[in-house]
Design a protein around this ligand. Structure first.
Ligand code: FES
Length: 343
């Protein structure tokens, strides 16, 4: 028996290793040829100190100089001493290059393209070595756009356990991936992708969760919801989905299904266009008040274009509410990701 440990490096690159219940995370990393920061290997220096985002473990033996009780209570741990009691997600205090590792590259075949509207295209890939591609729900990969020398970053909209991987793309005039998907893409095309990456992933829910999506920022949240169908949450989860026009709305039927299958999951959506037939017209901020934020007892996950992300952050500030945790990811038309955790 072994557990899966996700090592998330400071540059966002994530590597997954197997770790037995009597093996330290440092030993398992060494076997996988990943050099996480280590010095004494004895719980004395604190060099390996990392943050555990999810999972249970035995912290092992160490001295207070290496890890204080306060740090341990706040999720910090020592990989040279800890042994897993479940799958783990650790934030490692080094870049992947310093640990002498890198993101993995995979080859895939385009197996489906769905043009939802002029603004949104969805595509699915069959990955050749699917078993070797692990990712956390909410993460993204860099995809090489066929026929060009460019790559674009897209979040998985599928869950980590689904064999078929899918992605949502907002089409933009002159965009490399938009041009490929709308004009040239054919089922059967070969595509390369590198990853997974990013720190915008679902942590173990310690509070009610509020998921906020702007446009195709829905993709990583769909991946998180798919994961929650397999790991029913202990707290309520509410999703607010905002788009510009009616034609930008996708996957409302998927959200309906999740509302039926995930205990405690609810959602609402709004459309900014005043001519929309949606029940809520306006921006997602109009649907957020202090009760939606559980007066601060909430984990917020927000993904959308930069203006939407900033508007939501400003709105939450103006309510005088500080969420227990706040994770966000901004995407730009070139689909470059900026991920952060706000206090
Ligand atoms: Fe010194 Fe882990 S390497 S405490």
């Amino acid at each position: 028996m072994s557990f899966q440990v996700a090592l998330n490096f400071e540059d966002g690159i994530t590597r997954f290793i197997e770790c037995g219940p009597d093996e330290t995370v440092a030993e398992a990393s060494y076997k996988a040829r990943i050099n996480i920061p280590l010095d004494c290997r004895d719980g004395a220096c604190g060099t390996c100190k990392s943050l555990c985002d999810s999972g249970r473990y035995d912290g092992g033996d160490y001295i207070d100089e290496a890890l204080t009780d306060d740090e341990a209570a706040n999720g910090y741990c020592l990989p040279c001493q800890m042994t897993p009691r479940s799958d783990l997600v650790l934030r490692i205090p080094s870049s992947s290059a310093a640990a002498k590792t890198a993101a993995a590259t995979h080859t895939a075949t385009l197996v489906d393209i769905k043009r939802h509207s002029a603004s949104t295209v969805e595509f699915a890939l069959g990955i050749e070595d699917r078993d070797a591609l692990d990712f956390l729900p909410g993460q993204y990969v860099n995809i090489a756009v066929p026929g060009t020398d460019q790559t674009r970053s897209y979040s998985f909209s599928s869950g980590p356990s689904q064999s078929r991987t899918s992605f949502l793309v907002r089409t933009v005039e002159g965009g490399a991936m938009s041009g490929y998907l709308t004009a040239n893409a054919r089922v059967g095309d070969r595509i390369e992708l590198t990853g997974p990456m990013g720190s915008f992933y679902l942590r173990e829910l310690a509070h009610p969760a509020l998921l906020l999506a702007g446009g195709t920022g829905l993709a990583p949240l769909l991946s998180m919801l798919e994961d929650l169908t397999r790991k029913p949450p202990a707290h309520p989860v509410h999703l607010l989905y905002g788009v510009t026009t009616d034609e930008d709305l996708v996957h409302l039927d998927t959200l309906e299904e999740y509302a039926e299958t995930i205990p405690g999951f609810t959602f609402d959506h709004c459309v900014a266009d005043p001519r929309s037939s949606a029940r809520n017209r306006g921006f997602v901020t109009s649907l957020i008040d202090s009760s939606t934020l559980h007066e601060g007892d909430v984990d917020v996950y927000l993904c959308g274009p930069p203006a939407m992300v900033e508007a939501v952050r400003g709105h939450i500030d103006s309510l005088g509410v500080s969420p227990a945790s706040f994770h966000y990811e901004k995407f730009t038309p070139a689909a470059v990701r900026q991920t952060a955790d706000a206090a």
